[in-house]
Design a protein around this ligand. Structure first.
Ligand SMILES: CC(C)(COP(=O)(O)OP(=O)(O)OC[C@H]1O[C@@H](n2cnc3c(N)ncnc32)[C@H](O)[C@@H]1OP(=O)(O)O)[C@@H](O)C(=O)NCCC(=O)NCCS
Length: 165
């Protein structure tokens, strides 16, 4: 909860949330999100587990990464990631997701990881492709977001395609 103000500072910027459905308008929205939408342990079916992405020395929260555990039987996880603008373009999202993929495939033995991306979210598409994810679908006007219908591209990778770092 002590990170709520920091999270609000970057998650409330229009150029950060433009491709995301969660758009906090006040710090109370962030506090409610932390209280009600985030679980304490990963790998619970139908939950989001939220990781903080931090730099050490000096300590700074620089972003967050959400893991959506779809259902235990199917062993599939959706990932979402957000970085503060001033920490983008430096490789931190790639570094963070490599560790997350190692954890999901290596420790939790998940079968498939996927991400859902707006076709105009070029940085996110480059990120998925840099991680070796495959474009598997392009749904046309399938998401109602920001008062308009948006296309949705799905990228995915399977456990046997991922080389543990
Ligand atoms: C999606 C998002 C996290 C990607 O961030 P990013 O900074 O582009 O990704 P990385 O941190 O991995 O940085 C990679 C970039 O840094 C460059 N880079 C510089 N130094 C690097 C290094 N040491 N290692 C790797 N890449 C490096 C890469 O060339 C790459 O640039 P490019 O994409 O122009 O080729 C970011 O755009 C974001 O937060 N967007 C808003 C939220 C959002 O829409 N999230 C996705 C939907 S959930």
């Amino acid at each position: 909860m002590k990170d709520a103000r920091d999270i609000f500072s970057y998650r409330s910027e229009p150029d950060i949330y433009q491709f995301q459905t969660w758009q906090p308008k006040t710090i109370v929205d962030v506090e409610k999100f932390i209280e009600t939408r985030i679980v304490d342990e990963p790998d619970l079916p139908n939950t989001w587990f939220q990781l903080a992405i931090c730099k050490y020395d000096p300590y700074e929260l620089i972003g967050d990464c959400g893991l959506h555990f779809i259902e235990k039987e199917s062993s599939q996880v959706e990932v979402g990631i957000t970085l503060k603008r001033e920490h983008q373009g430096l490789g931190y999202a790639t570094e963070a997701l490599k560790l997350v993929f190692d954890f999901l495939f290596g420790k939790l033995k998940k079968h498939r990881i996927f991400g859902s991306v707006d076709p105009n979210n070029h940085a996110s598409i480059r990120l998925m492709e840099r991680l070796g994810m495959r474009k598997e679908a392009h749904f046309i006007e399938s998401l109602w977001s920001n008062d308009r219908w948006s296309d949705d591209i799905v990228y995915a990778i399977l456990s046997h395609e991922w080389k543990i770092n």
